[in-house]
Write a protein that binds this ligand. Structure first.
Ligand code: USQ
Length: 406
């Protein structure tokens, strides 16, 4: 297949490009390199040393003989350029990662809120609009988020996208309908993914576009089979308070002897998936497209759920790290349960990698190897969800923010 990977320079985009190229697909990365610019804006860098996208693809070609093409395109702005690219290349599939993906970054200031909405919603709409306009009949696979559902505890499993409902009609009978599971975003970033869902539903209905939306949990790990092939193919690894995600953050904190930064009581339960499974799921989704005229196909792309404090305690036991319970900079439920259905990927043959499989140590080893690149002052999460919460979050990098250390 000829596959376009929008946002193919990012944390999940890059290993996906390598995985699909390895499987023999013809891969084109389209990216505006915004993630690298945001690193510069924030004054942080990936824990792992990353080469330019051109250098990465050169090494891939050298190691495997396979070519990954790169085009510098901003999907949110370069609409005409993207249309031309579509007409020229006519991809069979388009994988859409080209969105600002960090919840804390999206909540930093009003400017960051505007940027996240403008970038994410425009990029998604431009892609669909251009597909209709050019008549390019590609399967669009979008990386969504489990966060569209919210994390409420109602004692029922979260279905894969749709909820059957009964509505009482005027004549007293019950009409049944299948609706998108009610959206309940917890950040501006998550809100853009909820908006994406409606945009996809419209274009699938109106224009018969074939769309798959993957509601992914929190990704952990760093290496995949392909990024291991050469030191310069290494994936990015975010540890800072804006882009670092919880499990990878705890692992790097343990490696640099920094107390594990649990927000609040750590009673938040979240869904997780290893990066290797993430790229496998994308391949499975590509192999199983919906038909034209079908509703959007939604998968829950996660393999297990964990409570944040349990993860912290487990890593503390494994590494001897201390655990710090901090004031929570986010507005989120202090405690929640989470039961998620994910039978579709399991039925397609996904054999999940779990936390138990020795890969936690691998991440700690990577973190130790590159610990010299860490700026400890960028570890705390200081982006507050509201102005009131901002007053409660102290900004000292170490020690002073700790409410209690166990
Ligand atoms: N948390 C801590 N300590 C930390 C960092 C986070 O306790 O040092 C807590 C947060 O308060 C939150 C939970 O851990 O309750 C998860 O935070 P996160 O930063 O790991 O994940 P999140 O902001 O939800 O976003 C990440 C990705 C996003 C993806 C989402 C999947 O950045 O792109 O969509 O995970 S999900 O969480 O399932 O919605």
């Amino acid at each position: 297949m000829k596959i376009a990977i929008l946002g193919g320079d990012g944390f999940v985009g890059w290993p996906t490009a390598l995985h699909l190229s390895d499987k023999g697909h013809d891969v084109f990365i389209l990216d505006n390199l915004s993630r690298r610019w945001i690193d510069t804006e924030l004054g942080v860098q990936s824990l792992t040393p990353m080469d330019s996208i051109q250098e990465r693809t050169r090494i891939w070609h050298q190691e495997t003989g396979r070519k990954i093409h790169f085009h510098l395109i901003d999907l949110a702005r370069d609409y005409e350029l993207f249309k031309q690219w579509l007409v020229q290349e006519k991809p069979d599939a388009i994988i859409h990662f080209a969105e600002q993906r960090a919840a804390p970054y999206s909540m930093k200031t009003d400017r960051h809120k505007n940027y996240t909405v403008n970038n994410n919603v425009n990029a998604t709409h431009n892609v669909l609009n251009a597909m209709v306009e050019t008549g390019v009949d590609a399967h669009l696979v979008h990386l969504g988020t489990m966060g569209v559902y919210g994390y409420s505890t109602i004692g029922a499993a979260i279905p894969e996208g749709y909820l059957p409902v009964g509505i009482e009609t005027l004549d007293g009978t019950t009409a049944t309908q299948e609706i998108l599971y009610p959206s309940n975003p917890g950040s501006i970033y998550h809100m853009t993914k909820c908006l994406d869902q409606l945009i996809f539903a419209f274009y699938a209905k109106n224009d018969g576009l074939r769309v798959t939306d993957l509601h992914q949990g929190i990704v952990w790990g760093t290496h995949t089979d392909q990024t291991r092939k050469h030191p310069q193919l290494i994936n990015r690894f975010d540890y800072d308070g804006d882009y670092g995600t919880v499990l990878n953050r705890f692992l790097i904190q343990a490696a640099i002897d920094y107390p594990l930064t649990v927000h609040g009581t750590g009673g938040q339960t979240r869904a997780f998936i290893h990066i290797q499974d993430s790229v496998r799921c994308i391949e499975l989704a590509l192999k199983n497209p919906p038909a034209a005229g079908d509703k959007v196909k939604i998968f829950n792309q996660m393999t297990e759920t964990h409570r944040v404090r349990d993860l912290a305690e487990m890593i503390a036991k494994m590494t001897g790290a201390k655990v710090a319970y901090l004031p929570n900079p986010r507005k989120e439920a202090a405690e929640n349960d989470l039961i998620v259905r994910n039978e579709q990927f399991l039925a397609l043959g996904l054999d999940p990698i779990t936390l138990q499989e020795g890969l936690l140590e691998e991440v700690v080893d990577v973190a130790k190897k590159f610990a010299y690149r860490v700026d400890r002052s960028r570890v705390p999460a200081v982006s507050a969800w509201t102005k009131d919460i901002a007053k409660t979050v102290e900004k000292d990098p170490e020690g002073k923010r700790l409410k209690s250390v166990s």
